[in-house]
Design a protein around this ligand. Sequence first.
Ligand code: FES
Length: 307
Amino acid sequence: MGGRGRFVVADRFATAIAGKSVPVRALLTKVEQDSRLDRAGDRLQKVVLGTLRPRRLRDLLHGVTLGHPLHPAMVQVPVGAWISAAVLDLMPGQRRPATVLVGLGTVSALPAAVAGLNDWAVLSRDQRRVGLVHAAANTVGVGLYAGSLAARLSGRHGVGRALGFLGLSAVSLGAYIGGHLAYKQGAQVNQSVSELHRMTDGWHSLADMATLPQRTLITREVDDDISVILYRHGDEVTVMLERCPHQSGPLGEGEVQEIDGHACVVCPWHGSAFRLNGGEVVQGPSGNDQQILPTRIQDGVLQTRLP
Ligand code: FES
């Protein structure tokens, strides 16, 4: 069977749960557009934003200190533990280590879920709808694993194994939906870096240094439609992509604030802040740094190019 044929079969197979021949991708597209999910989503969003109030906690969970979103890294622990437990469940005499791994997976799923909810609460509406279904599948999975753990601890290992395999099926579905959320809808991926792929090689002139004001955000275009911001401090000029890595907000319309002793640009949409002398994210919800571009002065003209 050719590659195309394999994809079609896999797609149909994945939709067997729907009981009809609707490609799962089309089903998830419907979820993206289903406004009936908004009532539950809006309520949950209020609870999450009302509970996770301290900014430092939210930033930690967004992955600001890492410069990458934390949730995908945290889910490695429960998923790894659960898959290992499933392998042990298929082998004789491995009840004890399998029980330990199911317990580890179930306990470690909690902080991973909190980090995921923290990211989810500041996504766009269509992303939140899919995120809600992702969270529901994982909640069912964690519930099944909690039941599996209870059964194993009370000596009912057959029931524990069965619930474990059901739990693995549920979290696998949740992982598939999470993949759609990240790779198709672009949730928590760097939204600005693709601008670099459109930029042509070579130096691009941006502004006459003699007319460039101090400590003011200026917006310019490279190759006619790639926006960058300029920020001059003395003879140093920062050139940074304008599109916010979180959800493409216009950093050129943001404010410059001093945060932890560094001049930072703060996104006007959700408040992510990036250091103007390096692009590091210092405040979420962005979990990604912002791209700074190299500069040079040629005959009094500020120029930039691809890194
Ligand atoms: S678009 Fe959300 S913080 Fe910039």
